[in-house]
Every structure is written in structure tokens, then in C-alpha cells.
Design a protein around this ligand. Structure first.
Ligand code: ZN
Length: 197
């Protein structure tokens, strides 16, 4: 891990956004790590700094002059906004339609044909959400140059079909309780947020 990535993980730890232990996740799976980026992004100065770093990583990925940052709600809102601030770009977000579960553009947001765009979210796991956003933005005619996330928890494996950057790359394993190595050691699992941080 680079010194920059180490310092971001330190920020996550200090704000309780990254916990190590034995956790029972909302999905029912167990993990030795827990990430909740909203806990770091609740601090505007930290969010601003992460947006600046995201903008630098995207520039390094040769995105050219970006006019638009698009994020999936809710997780991508704050980091997308701060990345757009650092890039001098506009920021809009997509939402999942509650009925179809498809990503949709609401609130009168528009995407201009040919607009140079990047897609930014907080945490990428499989890349599925980012891909859904890329597809919709492309359908609207924009030119999607790259995608970025603060954390890549796929260990670098998530493939979204375009250049992708992450401020921190982690390998976060999750297990069914009956296959959980920590359960096998008799360590009790806790629900994240149910203990003081
Ligand atoms: Zn377990």
C-alpha cells in the first residue's frame, strides 16, 4: 500500500469508517473487516481532501478535461460532489427506480451528448453499480473517460470496461457463517455499529 493509501486508511480508522474484528453484515455474511465510508465523509474537510485526491488520480488516468461527474445515490453523492469541485466540473447523481431497480436520471438533471464524464462512487465491490451508471450515461451520449472509487474492496479485480482508479485497494473477504474462519475459532460476531467506536 502506498503512503497515501495508508494515510487514507488511517483516516477511515480514526473516524470508525473501517473496523477490524468479526462482523455480521446486513447481508448475513461474516467479515473480519467493516467499511462505512459515510463515517469519514461526514467530515467535510476529509471529504474535500478525498475529492482532491480522486481528481488527481483521475487526471493521472488521462481523462482530459472533465465536464461532468456522475455518481450513484446515495453512496457516491459526497465524494462525487467533492471530486467535481476539485475538477471544476458539474456533479449529478443517478437513483435506482424503486420499482424496476434500474438506475434513472431524475430531478431534471441532463447529460449533454459528447460531454466528457467520469463516474465516481465511494466503495466498489463487484463494479455492478458503477457499470449501471456508465451504461446510462453512455446511452445519454456522454463520453465516459474513467471511473473512480475511494475504496476498491475487490482487490483490484472489479472490471467496469473502462479505466478505473481507486484511492485504496483492499481485499475484503466475506463468508457464510458456517464457513466463517472466525466463527470456527469461537470468536463472537458483532453487528457493526452496535459497539462503541
Ligand atoms: Zn463468523
Amino acid at each position: 500500500m502506498t503512503p497515501q493509501a495508508e494515510s487514507i486508511m488511517e483516516l477511515f480508522r480514526a473516524t470508525g469508517a473501517y473496523l477490524e474484528g468479526h462482523f455480521r453484515l446486513t447481508s448475513g455474511l461474516h467479515s473480519a473487516q467493516y467499511l462505512q465510508s459515510a463515517l469519514v465523509l461526514q467530515h467535510p474537510r476529509a471529504a474535500e481532501r478525498l475529492g482532491q485526491l480522486m481528481a488527481e488520480h483521475l487526471r493521472d488516468a488521462k481523462t482530459g478535461e472533465v465536464g461532468l461527474v456522475v455518481s450513484p445515490a446515495l453512496g457516491g453523492l459526497i465524494i462525487g460532489h467533492e471530486t467535481a469541485r476539485a475538477l471544476g466540473a458539474r456533479h449529478i447523481f443517478l437513483e435506482r427506480d424503486p420499482v424496476s431497480a434500474k438506475m434513472v436520471l431524475r430531478r431534471g438533471f441532463t447529460i449533454k451528448p459528447g460531454e466528457r464524464t467520469v463516474v465516481v462512487e465511494d466503495v466498489i465491490t463487484t463494479g455492478g453499480t458503477t457499470k449501471d451508471v456508465i451504461d446510462l450515461v453512455r446511452e445519454a451520449g456522454a463520453d465516459v473517460a474513467a471511473a473512480g472509487s475511494i475504496i476498491d474492496r475487490s482487490g483490484g479485480r472489479a472490471d467496469v470496461g473502462i479505466p478505473r482508479v481507486a484511492l485504496v485497494t483492499l481485499q475484503v473477504a466475506a463468508h457464510y457463517p458456517n464457513e466463517c474462519p472466525l466463527c470456527a475459532q469461537g470468536i463472537p460476531a458483532v453487528k457493526p455499529g452496535s459497539r462503541p467506536v
